[in-house]
Write a protein that binds this ligand. Structure first.
Ligand code: SF4
Length: 344
């Protein structure tokens, strides 16, 4: 059986190449072709000898995501539907915002967390993505947009799935993104619903990337209802984990707060949020809810007035707040909408 070089770590590629009787330098050339020049075949690796390329062709291959569909929103957001080797599909979203071009990538097919306002959660968990399937989203999208001179500037693990539920593969993917493609750590963000033991593990072992917490409620009662993960990861414990999370100089934890009318958008919620974030280097990202399909109709977006009052409460308390304009709504690429093109 042929070996998928993308499934191997840098060290494993080196071992593979050595076993073929070649020098470790050749491994470095192959890694550069795969991760920097985004080669998808050995023919492209023109600085390797013809005989070595033939040898590689007989023993190895380079897997790739197959683009099934690309949609472009009126606001410039692009959504990519990719097929994996087992025919499962995942989505990645490219979001332009002033001089930033952020790629939102998936870490699982579906998701086990079951957040009530999220379409991906409705799918349940189909499977974890392998580290190379996570990084391949970046390679594939950069290759697709490269001709137009565009370059991904930021990466967020905020697509389908809960990244910390697929911890080892996600960490390996981030290591490869930073070490092999040269993408800067400070431009990568993991967004989690707050699996506390994994936040500690990330603090201990993980590369120093940015952390975002999908918070969305200020009491356990409400959070338990809309985010079942809270039953085992209470707000008090989550905030404690955030307080102890080691941040790189000048960095802050982002708290995402999807505003749901009559559920978490009251003045009291705003004041409680201020209290919860006390002592944490934070910024708040308010996301007015996006109505999704026909299935999740229990939730509504608050009125613009209510959103601004909520924002003001946080700002008056000295918090940094951004009100996220929902991008890509018309192509179901906005927050919580991924997975709507899944065929089941
Ligand atoms: S919001 Fe994130 S963690 Fe929650 S169900 Fe959706 S994908 Fe999973």
């Amino acid at each position: 059986m042929k070996t998928n070089l993308k499934a191997l770590s840098a060290k494993e590629i080196s071992e593979f190449v050595t076993e073929l009787g070649q020098s470790p330098y050749k491994a470095r050339q192959i890694i550069s072709w795969i991760y920097k020049k985004r080669a998808i075949s050995f023919e492209e690796m023109t600085d390797l000898s013809k005989s070595f390329r033939e040898q590689l062709k007989k023993t190895a291959f380079i897997s790739n995501l197959k683009l099934l569909k690309k949609q472009i929103s009126k606001d410039g957001t692009q959504k990519f539907l990719f097929e994996l080797e087992d025919k499962e599909t995942i989505e990645s979203v490219l979001i332009p915002d002033n001089n930033r071009l952020t790629l939102c990538i998936s870490s699982q097919i579906g998701c086990a967390m079951g957040c009530k306002f999220c379409m991906t959660g409705k799918l349940g968990l189909r499977r974890h993505l392998k580290s190379y399937e996570i990084i391949d989203q970046i390679i594939a999208v950069q290759k697709l947009i490269g001709d137009s001179g565009l370059k991904i500037t930021n990466i967020v693990l905020m697509g389908m799935g809960e990244p910390l539920h697929n911890f080892d593969e996600v960490i390996e993917a981030i290591r490869r993104i930073t070490n092999l493609t040269g993408f800067p750590k400070r431009k990568i963000t993991i967004s989690t619903v707050g699996i506390i033991p994994k936040i500690f593990e990330l603090a201990e072992k993980g590369p120093q990337i940015n952390l975002a917490i999908s918070l969305n409620a200020t009491t356990d009662k409400i959070r338990n209802k809309i985010m079942p993960v809270n039953k085992k990861n209470s707000l008090e414990k989550l905030m404690k984990a955030c307080r102890n999370f080691p941040l790189a100089p000048g960095r802050r934890i982002t708290f995402e707060y999807v505003l749901l009318a009559e559920i978490n958008d009251s003045k009291e919620d705003g004041l409680r949020l201020v209290k919860l974030l006390k002592g944490i280097k934070s910024k708040v990202n308010l996301i007015p809810y996006n109505p999704i399909g026909k299935t999740i109709r229990v939730f509504r977006k608050p009125s613009d007035k209510k959103i601004l009052v909520f924002q003001k409460i946080l700002q008056n308390a000295g918090l940094t707040v951004t009100l996220r304009k929902s991008k890509g709504k018309d192509i179901s690429a906005a927050c919580g909408q991924l997975g709507t093109s899944h065929d089941s």
